[in-house]
Design a protein around this ligand. Sequence first.
Ligand code: EPZ
Length: 458
Amino acid sequence: MSSVATIKREFIPPHLEVKGGHPLSGVLKVSGAKNSALVLMAAALLTKETLLIKNVPQLTDIEVMSEILLNLGAKVAKRSNSIEINSTSIHNAELPYKLVHSLRASFFCIGPLLTRLGEAKIPLPGGCNIGARPIDEHINGLKALGAEVEINKDVVKAQVLTKNKRLRGTNITLKYPSVGATETILMASCLALGKTTISNAAREPEIQDLAKMLNSMGAKVYGAGTKKIKIIGVEALKGTSHSVIPDRIEAGTFLIAAAITRSPIIVGPLIPNHLSAVISKLQECGCSISHHGNHHLKITPRDISGVDITTSPFPGFPTDLQAPFMSLMATAKGSSKIKEKVFEKRMQHVFELNKMGACIYLEKDTAHIKGVKELIGSHVAGGDLRSSAAIILACLSAKGNSIFTGLEHLDRGYEKLEEKLTNAGSIISREFDHTRSRSSFPNKTISEDNINTQKKAA
Ligand code: EPZ
C-alpha cells in the first residue's frame, strides 16, 4: 500500500537529509567525552590557578557550561578542542535558571562553589525528557559533609556555616550509584577537613577521569572506578593540564552504525574496557570485533540476530546506548527484548522507529522487538540526545530518503556528526531551507508485511 503525499508547502526547521542504504567505510573518528568534559569544567572552580582541558568536543552543552563559568566570574578561553579556565576571580555563587534549565550538568557547580565561596544558589535542574532526574543524593551528600541545604521555590540554597567555612569529611553511602552525585561529593570533599569515603559509588570511566585530573591538581582521591572511593581533604588545589578520555558513548554509537549498515569499519580512538558490555553484545548479535592499532577497534558485521539487553550502571550495558542498540535490533533477524532500568522515560525513539516500519511493542520499561527486513526512509524527529542518535542510525540503514529534525538535541552530544559520517561514506547533509513542497518528502510507503508484523506484535 502506498500513499503519495499531496503537494503543499510546509515549514521544516533546520534538519538533516539522509539517503539511506549506503554502506560505511574507513574510520569513524571519536571525540573527547562530553560527560567527562562537563564535570572537568566544573572542577576548574576548585582552584585559583589555570586549568587547561584538552580533547574537549565542540558541542552546545560545552558552550553552555562555558557561559555558566563566565557568569560565575571565571575567565574561559576556547581554542578548537581545548579550553583554558581560570576561576581566581569568581565572585558570584548564584546560577540563573535559564542556564541551569538548559544544562542539567550545571548542577555540578554546587560542590565547587560551596568549597570556594562557602555558598551556592542553584535552581533545581528539574526533570527532562528522559525522566525525573532527582538530585536528592547530591543534596544528602553535601549535608553529610556539613553544608546547610534548603530548597525554596525550586532554588537549592547551600551554605557552609562553620567558622572556617570548610566542609568536613565523613562516610557517605549512596542508595543508588548515581554518576552525578558521586562527582558532586568527590569535588566537594577534595578540600574538606579530613577523610571522606563514598560507598556504593558510581564506577563510570568519567568518574575515573575526574579523579585523575583532581589528583594531578594535588587532590588525594583513591579507588575511583570501584564501589568505594576514599578522599583525604587537602588545603588547596593547583592548576594542571588534562586531556579528556575518548567518548565511549559516541564510540559505541559508531560501532552500532557499522553494525546497522552491515559495514566493516574502524572506530577510534577509544578505550576498549570502557565498552566491554557493548562489545560483547555486538559480538553476541553477529559482529566480529578486533583491536586495530592503538586505541582503535575494527568491527565486521555479519548476519545480525536479535539479542536481549538490560541497561545498568557501569560496567553494565550503558543506558546512553540503549536507543542506538534498539535501532540495530529493529532490523536484526528474530526477536529481542530491551529493558531500560536506569531512566524511566527513555523510549521516545520507539514511536519514530515504528514510523519507519520497525515492529516494536512497549510494555512498561521493556521494548519487545521483532526484527523486520528493512526500515523505510521517513520524516522523523528526535526527542532527546540519544534517541536522536538512534533515529539517525535507522535513517542510515533505511531504504530511501529521510528527513531528521531535532538538531537541538543531536548537537548537544555528537561533534560534527554529519561530517564524520560523510567522511565514512554516508550521504547525509544539514539543510536550512525552511519551506519546501511536501512532494519532496520521502513517500510514506510502509510495506504490507511490516504493517502485518506490527499488528501481530502489538
Ligand atoms: C549522567 O547523568 C550522564 N550525564 C547521563 O548521560 C547518563 O545517562 C547517566 O549519568 C547514567 O550513566 C552526565 O554525565 C552529564 P545518575 P546523571 O545520577 O548523573 C537516579 C547523556 O545522554 N538518581 O547516575 O544525571 C536517577 O533518577 C546523559 O549523555 C537519584 O535517584 O545520572 C536515575 O534514575 C543522559 N537521585 C539514576 O539515578 C539522585 O540524586 C541515574 O542517574 C541522582 C540520580
